[in-house]
Design a protein. Structure first.
Length: 94
């Protein structure tokens, strides 16, 4: 079942499908969301981040190789990159 133009939808993304990137423009390309890193929880083999997107929505990202994610600091700007293949759209009834 498809979607009509202008129809409200819910966008679903798996936390492990998101890649954190600098918000300074170094992450050129499409499929980027921008926000502020609110929480970074380092668990040794995994890091979980909570990002407040522009507009106030919260999103969680996870990385299994956390060393590259440690350069981002809580309270700082951040971008989230994702692949279109990882997006699931759900109908959002009024």
């Amino acid at each position: 079942m498809g979607f009509a133009p202008g129809e409200r939808v819910t966008v679903c993304l798996r936390p492990e499908a998101l890649e954190l990137a600098p918000a300074d423009g170094a992450a050129d390309g499409g499929n980027l969301l921008y926000g502020v890193l609110r929480l970074r929880n380092y668990l040794g083999w995994l890091v979980t981040c909570e990002i407040e997107l522009r507009g106030g929505a919260m999103i969680r990202a996870q990385a299994a190789n956390p060393r590259s994610q440690l350069r981002f600091t809580e309270g700082g700007p951040i971008a989230i990159r994702f692949s279109p293949e990882d997006v699931l759209l759900l109908h959002n009834p009024a």
